[in-house]
Design a protein around this ligand. Sequence first.
Ligand SMILES: [Zn+2]
Length: 343
Amino acid sequence: MGYTALYRKFRPTTFAELVGQEHITRTLKNQIMANRVGHAYLFNGGRGTGKTSSAKILARAINCLNPKDGEPCNECEICKAALNGSLTDIVEMDAASNNSVEDVRAIREEVNFLPTKAKYRVYIIDEVHMLSVGAFNALLKTLEEPPEHVKFILATTEPQKLPATILSRCQRFDFKRISNEDIVKRLKIVCDESNIEATESALLMIAVLAEGAMRDALSILERCIQDGDNKIDEDKIKDLVGIPKFDFVNRIMQAITSYSVENAIEITNEIINQGKDLENFLWEMIKYTKDVLVFKTSKKIELYNDEEKEQIKAMAQNVGKERLVELIYQLSELQNSLKWATR
Ligand SMILES: [Zn+2]
């Protein structure tokens, strides 16, 4: 069997498997069960939050021959054909590459024909904000008088770029950033089923790096096992994404807070010589300082192992709040000027 990327292999095939969007899946399932599915939906949300997966599940659920509690069975003839991509009644279109009037006109002509196998012909249009003005107008005509057997699911990361006329004809669902907790939960399942051994703190680090996008979390997990070693800990992830190890950050912050210029320069040179990315390093320094400040004010501390926690506590004891705030400010300024510096 060929190799399948983790995010493809673990793409959710039911609403129940979809992570972190219960407010949406509940409503959709209720609509399906009550046979009150709308004719046009707008799925809005950041990348990797499950918009396209939900669109595919919805398209199957309304066409499934044996739907159960609003979920597709994924086993009937229609579901199977949809899953292997051979069902021509479910049409997926990427508006980023098919954004012309002609592309949408083709849909307008097609919608007049009955579906070939399924009950509904479903158009899933990804990145719909990329359509041209002409294409939007053509789409609007279809949305205004949709034939009974046609459903539209539009997905976008930038709803503000859509004409109000389109927005007003769609039921809108806003997909949330997936919480770190939910990402970790899903990663654990993926690890179990793929024989990957990862520490809890490593999974949390992946979740933080993924910034609410399940797909990104799975890509990072995937990169972690590409060396053929199925064991993952924090250091492995840090090496992989070029995050300096805690020890480095801790040492340079100690040097800075004790005004030891020589040490600070020495550590900086070490980092440059190791080929670490300076922007990443700065980002870590800011995060470290923020975490020290948070600990100082609320005694909360996350994402660190026991030894590291002790270091953070010691730093919090030795440095005043004002100094920490000032440091965050200065480091952020530096980060900004680095961004605009010529490289
Ligand atoms: Zn089915």
